[in-house]
Design a protein around this ligand. Structure first.
Ligand SMILES: [Zn+2]
Length: 201
């Protein structure tokens, strides 16, 4: 249970004029929601979630407020809120000069954000395709704008993914003008994750 704000959540809420409350589980399996309290907006977070997930939920709710969204939300507004949440978690001024770093280096600089959120934000700065693999299975594959990639991982990509799992460590391979970087993450030991970037080398 994480039912007191982390330092990051406390500072973020203060900066955006939000009050924080904690509860678990939240209705409708959401990771956070907001309502208008007598003294301004209140964001409710799921205390059972890891801090990084709480932080994303907080930034997502703040994004709805910044964007002036009302309570009836459509998919497009949810996408906009996720996009802005990513920018609020990792502001351009702080992130842009660091985006080239490895995910482990980025995690040390921005410990309040998950590896996944760091990887997705990195795509906005460094063209490439990100593949997220859980327990050896592709969860999704996301190219940046203007980067063409086959819809599924290629055989060399699979080789480096397998090697990352076998050795439980990061791997890198340069081939045909491309750089393949696999980051091994065992935050959840039952579901080790590999985040693979393919970028121009
Ligand atoms: Zn939302």
């Amino acid at each position: 249970m994480n039912d007191t704000p982390t330092t990051w959540a406390h500072d973020f809420a203060a900066k955006h004029g939000l009050s924080l409350r904690y509860d678990t589980p939240l209705p409708h399996e959401v990771s956070g929601y907001k309502y208008d309290g007598p003294e301004g907006p209140v964001v409710v977070l799921d205390s059972a979630l890891p801090p990084e997930r709480q932080h994303f939920a907080l930034a997502h709710e703040a994004a709805h407020i910044v964007l002036g969204h009302t309570d009836e939300l459509d998919d497009n507004e949810e996408r906009e809120a996720n996009q802005l949440a990513s920018e609020l978690l990792l502001p351009h001024e702080e992130f842009s000069t660091e985006a080239w770093r490895t995910l482990h280096e980025l995690k040390e600089l921005f410990p309040h954000v998950s590896f996944e959120a760091l990887a997705r934000r990195r795509l906005a700065y460094i063209p490439g395709v990100l593949t997220v693999v859980d327990n050896g299975r592709v969860r999704y594959r996301l190219p940046s704008d203007d980067f063409s990639a086959p819809p599924r991982p290629t055989e060399p990509e699979w080789e480096i993914i397998r090697k990352a799992y076998d050795e439980a460590s990061d791997q890198q391979l340069d081939m045909e003008g491309l750089r393949l970087t696999a980051t091994y993450v065992a935050t959840n030991p039952e579901m080790p994750r590999v985040l693979l970037f393919v970028e121009e080398g």
